[in-house]
Design a protein around this ligand. Structure first.
Ligand code: GDG
Length: 741
């Protein structure tokens, strides 16, 4: 089994000098985390997971150099995706970083909506998907990363089906529905469906997981059950996996004599009693301006600390080709100059500012040298710097000030948490950190270290991969009860052999799809022909929850039996309606006012009154509002009907209230009183059909559930009414051919 890691950037930055390629390891949260996991795989004796990393090498490589490049890449276990520079402009600078990045971080004002950018995003996602399909082998785990590649899971699924296992992890926040819906309808639907090609979808925090689930419900109408959904014949799991760091690496590094020495040198160079440190990629989401305002406020309010502290700000160049990033850099430069010139003196510069990438040893030494780490993103998926700082504090002497808008704030609760929009809160947090006693610092660090040690990036990746396997297995078990070609042929054979057959089918959701307006679900010509043909070769019944008037209107000319209102009425072919269960219906007068009240409170819901039951339809309602009201209504009805012989059933966008004694199962049992059959078939889709599946269990019947539900007494599942219709057509065709032979 192999693991294919797929991300926009490869873990190497490529350079081409004198016709030769050099690969320099690149940094960044995603790369450093996954690389630690891959190192662990390499060194582990029990794990035999081979891996390949697929991504963009950072340069366009012309056709004539690719073979040479690919040979060199093999030594690094990488496979490159080649993208033209102009496409990269629309894809990376464009859709990724001018649409998704700002929008998902709640910077609506910076978000651009360009069709050309989105089209190129699709094209590049297709190039990635093609590359994956080219090299993937059956059973491979494909782990796709981040917002650059949200369409790839479904593109790969369409080609490779269930032969591979697919996981998707989003490293940035998934925004609330109100923000996500700002994307044009087509884009937002395609993005959600793209991600849904995965078996497992992961986010850093519960908040992002919940936002994604909510978007699925609001935009695609897909509801979940404990984080699992069923879509396109597959179970998909959506869950929270807070990404950790390689704790041991940072902690051990900080204890080496080399790092301790560099740390000492940093302290000596900076000279002041205390060092405040921050490191970020240049990005407006990281709240660098706000941080400077907070620091300025602190200087203004606390003159007694002047000359005793230095703010060491490390800024790593990033996305500088984008205007907004260049402007941000100018703003930061200006603000730092202004603070330094206002508060600085000949022998003290409040802010020391570095604009470059530093080697990891220097980074860890700076963590160790700093008394305070000040991290104030306005939004951040996780923020690994905060975790690295804690891990590097092997001397237990440091304080983390962390924005509550960073995903890591959910885990690092012993940090001083601040709202990054408030200069006052940042200033007060600085004061608290500077004056915190040693015991408190140690206790806070100890708790955070304990947590980070337990859930390192290795555990994070192992958990994720283990869950991909688990969902994949669940899906394989599930397909066992999907009606396979083999079982379908077996049913047809049984039918051909039979001398007296009985075929029964539910109507809504089984023979026809649901429509928004349930009153309009008429049988079409194709269906009427199927029913007519079947009724010529077998005894055929439709069993439905619909009132007798509806079925009379549509099926009166057919030679079939009908059971209506969930088994309250029966009509044999050509005969008259007979009541199957005589019973008191006074209860309806008591229940109707209750459900009418909910009808008024839930726009677009409809109450349907039938002779022996009541239906509350909510297919056309706002899904979230409906979820809420339906639960309330069912609660109220359960309490109210405690001493009544009534059943409250939640079906497919309908709540049915009916007497316990009349159900489809009981009604169908009547069909066996006089006659015996050597072929029995029933298809249904809803909770109310479960009574029939159960009743037929010991009758050697073929039972089919239309649509997904693991919790069914039926033998087989088919996807939708179209599948069932095709099945009937096959039965008819076979029988007719046989009769002619
Ligand atoms: C995205 C999400 C999420 C930074 N400067 C230097 C350097 N770094 C390393 C840090 C850290 C990483 O880069 C930065 O990770 P963050 O998590 O802080 O931020 P993003 O790069 O924006 O990452 C973020 C992350 O993905 C993972 O899911 O946490 O929310 O935005 O590891 O150490 N490393 C070295 N020199 C530097 O100058 N050596």
């Amino acid at each position: 089994m192999r693991l294919l890691i797929v991300s926009n950037r490869l873990p190497f930055t490529l350079s081409l000098k004198d016709g030769d390629f050099t690969f320099t390891p690149s940094s960044g949260g995603l790369v450093s985390g996954i690389s630690s996991y891959l190192d662990y795989l390499k060194n582990s004796s029990i794990n035999s997971l081979e891996y390949i990393w697929i991504g963009w090498p950072g340069l366009f490589i012309s056709e004539n150099m690719r073979d040479r490049f690919n040979v060199k890449s093999k030594d690094h276990n990488i496979v490159s995706v080649f993208i033209k520079d102009e496409d990269m402009e629309y894809f990376y600078q464009g859709f990724c970083n001018k649409t998704i990045w700002p929008l998902f971080h709640y910077f609506q004002a910076y978000t651009r909506y360009e069709e050309k950018h989105y089209e190129t995003y699709k094209t590049i996602n297709r190039i990635f998907a093609d590359k994956i399909c080219e090299i993937a082998q059956d059973g491979d785990i494909i782990w796709i990363h981040d917002y650059h590649l949200m369409l790839v899971p479904q593109m790969v699924r369409e080609v490779l089906g269930n032969r591979v296992k697919i996981g998707f992890f989003l490293h940035i926040p998934f925004p609330s529905f109100e923000v996500f819906r700002l994307l044009p309808v087509l884009w937002r639907e395609e993005i959600l469906k793209g991600i849904l090609g995965s078996d497992l979808i992961g986010f850093h925090t519960n908040e992002y997981t919940y936002s994604f689930l909510r978007a699925l419900l609001r935009i695609l109408g897909i509801d979940h059950n404990l984080g699992k959904i069923y879509w396109n014949d597959r179970i998909i799991k959506i869950d929270t996996f807070p990404m950790g760091i390689d704790f041991e690496k940072f902690n051990a590094l900080s204890q080496t004599s080399e790092i301790r020495l560099i740390s000492k040198e940093i302290k000596e160079k900076i000279k002041t009693e205390k060092i405040i440190f921050s490191v970020d990629r240049l990005d407006y989401t990281k709240g660098i301006n706000n941080r400077l305002l907070g620091f300025e406020e602190f200087l203004k309010n606390n003159p007694e600390h002047h000359k005793k502290i230095t703010f060491y700000l490390l800024l790593v160049p990033s996305r500088i080709a984008i205007d907004r990033y260049r402007e941000l850099k100018d703003e930061i430069d200006k603000k730092i100059s202004q603070i330094n010139s206002t508060y600085g003196t000949v022998d003290w510069q409040p802010i020391i500012y570095l604009w470059r990438h530093v080697p990891v040893n220097e980074l860890v030494a700076t963590y160790l040298a700093s008394d305070i780490c000040l991290i104030t993103p306005l939004r951040d998926g996780m923020n690994l710097v905060a975790k690295e700082y804690i891990a590097a504090k092997s001397d237990y002497n440091g304080v983390l000030i962390l924005s509550e808008m960073a995903g890591s704030a959910k885990e690092l609760i012993e940090a001083i948490l601040v709202n990054p929009n408030s200069a006052r809160e940042i200033s007060e947090a600085l004061k608290k950190a500077i004056t915190m006693n040693h015991e408190e610092k140690r206790d806070r660090l100890y708790e955070m270290q304990k947590r980070l040690k337990e859930y390192s990036v290795i555990s994070w990746a192992k958990d994720f991969i283990c869950d991909i396997e688990a969902v994949y297995k669940e899906n394989n078990n599930l397909t066992a009860i999907f009606l396979s070609e083999e079982n379908l042929n077996k049913i047809i054979k049984d039918f051909q052999k039979s001398t007296k057959s009985l075929i029964i089918s539910d109507y809504d959701g089984t023979l026809v799809n649901f429509t928004e307006d349930f009153t309009l679900t008429k049988p079409d010509q194709d269906l009427l022909k199927i029913i007519k043909d079947i009724s010529e070769i077998s005894k055929f019944y439709i069993v439905t929850g619909r009132p007798i008037k509806f079925v009379d209107d549509f099926f009166k000319d057919l030679n079939i039996g009908i059971i209506a209102e969930h088994g309250s009425w029966i009509k044999e072919s050509g005969g008259a309606w007979n009541e199957l269960f005589k019973e008191d219906t006074d209860w309806k007068n008591k229940i109707l006012p209750i459900i009418k009240r909910y009808e008024n409170r839930l726009p677009n819901s409809v109450v349907e009154e039938k002779s022996f039951s009541l239906g509350f339809h909510y297919r056309r309602c706002d899904p979230e509002m409906a979820n809420l009201r339906i639960h309330e209504m069912i609660d109220e009805l359960i309490n109210y009907t405690a001493n009544m012989n009534l059943q409250i059933l939640k079906g497919n966008k309908i709540v049915e209230i009916r007497s316990y004694s009349n159900n489809k199962g009981a009604a169908i049992s009547r069909l066996f009183v006089k006659d015996a059959y050597d072929f029995i078939f029933f298809a249904g889709d809803d909770t109310t059909d479960e009574d029939v599946f159960k009743f037929l269990k010991d009758k050697n019947a073929h039972t089919i559930k239309v649509g997904y539900s693991k919790n069914t007494a039926a033998k087989y599942i088919v996807k939708n009414p179209a599948y069932l219709r095709n099945f009937f057509k096959k039965i008819i065709k076979k029988r007719i051919i046989d009769e002619h032979i």
